[in-house]
Ligand binder design. Sequence first.
Ligand SMILES: Nc1ncnc2c1ncn2[C@@H]1O[C@H](COP(=O)(O)OP(=O)(O)OP(=O)(O)O)[C@@H](O)[C@H]1O
Length: 587
Amino acid sequence: MHPFTTEQQVSHKLARAILAGFESMFAEFLNITLGAQSRFERAAWQEVQDAMRQRLQVYENKVKLVCEAVKVIAYRELDHSDVWHRAKNDYAQLVADHENALIAQTFFNSIYGSLLGQQKIRDVHRFILQEKYRPEPRSTDSILYQLTETEGIIGSLRQVLNVFPLRIPFENLERDLKAAHRVLEKINPELLTRQNDTIEFGRSLFFRNKAAYIVGRLIDPSSGEHLPFAITLLNRKNNDGDTCLYLDAFIIGEEQLSKLFGFARSYFMVDTDQPVRYVDYLCRLLPNKERFELFNAIGFIKHAKTEFYRFKVDYTKRMPGTTKYVSAPGVRGMVMLVFTTPDSDYVYKVIRDRFRPPKTSNRQEVMAKYDFVKQADRVGRLVDTHEFNYLAFDRQRFSPELLEEMTSEVADSITLSGNALILRHVYVERKVTPLNLYIKEASEQALEQVIDDYGTTIKQLAAANIFPGDMLIKNFGVTRWGRVVFYDYDEICPLTDCHFRTLPKPDNEIDALSEQPWFDIGEDDVFPEQFPVFFAGHHEAKKYFDCLHHDLYSVEFWKKTQEVIKSGTLVDVYPYKKEWRLKHFNA
Ligand SMILES: Nc1ncnc2c1ncn2[C@@H]1O[C@H](COP(=O)(O)OP(=O)(O)OP(=O)(O)O)[C@@H](O)[C@H]1O
């Protein structure tokens, strides 16, 4: 007698097919990641950009393929709830001892969600909230090296660097170590006197853009206190034309490391098949970062969404009953309805059903712009977005004003069902202080600093071939570290698509006095001379900008930047302060 019913057999096949799909997805993701070292050694920066984009596609492409296979396997039973319930249990058993069970479970959720429509999703069919599917702490020994500091911190630094067998030699390691000594003397002299600390660091390098990082911590064995660090390796050609390594920075402390893992930066490539353990470890180094932020930082953006959902549910449970979702502070968007709670670190952005004039784009175009940002090198200046479909909220948690606005402005994106308000489509972003609000409260010194950084942001984005489109200061925000970032993406585009022009001179009085443009303006035309309008009503801010970034008003600046981009030059952006860069201390 056959031990299985047809339905049981189908469930088991589904579980196996999805697991095979997951393994194949993971292998592709890993293969691209494993190439990071060679791309770094060859200084193949264009390939670095291409690989980053390619890796972002792997998950969704694989989900599509597996869905097709699953449709064939499931056949008549495709929408049988109990078949999927059993498939989930079978899958749970198959991945019980899997190194990356957590990510594999997310993959199952993605397949189920894609095939059955997110609306049908219930917890019995996916791995999210049940306690038994929550992450358990595991040992991180297998991903770490430990050394005991016997020759002082600089000697240990030499030992750490020798652990990684890169194909290119150091240009002059002793010079760099001396420079590191001088930096520490200035920034943290106490560290130079420490003895017998344990130095612990990840076995895998973290690659991003043109850099490779060693990430770890110094542990004081007597007190158990620890201090996270990152070592930055860069490369360049020496006088003989050979590509050589050099140490660019030895960054120490949680604040510095936190900036390195900031939400406006691109994703790291960490060549490991144990990413979950890396996240567990990074959580130890950066206790102020959430798990989903760290999964995101190393490129597991789909699994980061599962972790975000857990975080959101737990956070909401802890929220006092009186705390409500309200409109985000700042100027209301014409395209986006944005809400948050006063204490939350995140905002939710929903595309409005109708855009207010003068906006002329549509939902698809806006989504394409947000997608463009996801694929771009965000150079630490574009806030990362997490796109969700069918994200559920407790309706009681919305303030009456917001609920009213939502039912009239984003009715196409919400479903009200009992106590739940389900957002069919929403972007989640890290909350920052809108620049227009920040400058109202800023001291003279803070104002000068932030306006300087606003100009630098525009320049860094330009160098990375990104034109924000709408550069009004209300569209920029300030992070808790005082960095300016951009968050309004509906007019963003590649800089090389823009046509920069000088304003034509009127040759008669009627034209000169006209309030409307009297000359033809193409869709891609941009007139930098008009940029001072971004400061409408902020005279002090404009004064600093005029002084520090006057070049942004000239067509020459923009055209020159376009030429540099077209020549294939990729911008250098350092995710740490100048003071930490050793080059300033080289003798
Ligand atoms: N990440 C964020 N952190 C804090 N506030 C934000 C964030 N994103 C948006 N906001 C707030 O929501 C408002 C509208 O957001 P956003 O600029 O993205 O919408 P929009 O409709 O595209 O705007 P616009 O009408 O300028 O095109 C902002 O002015 C700001 O006050």
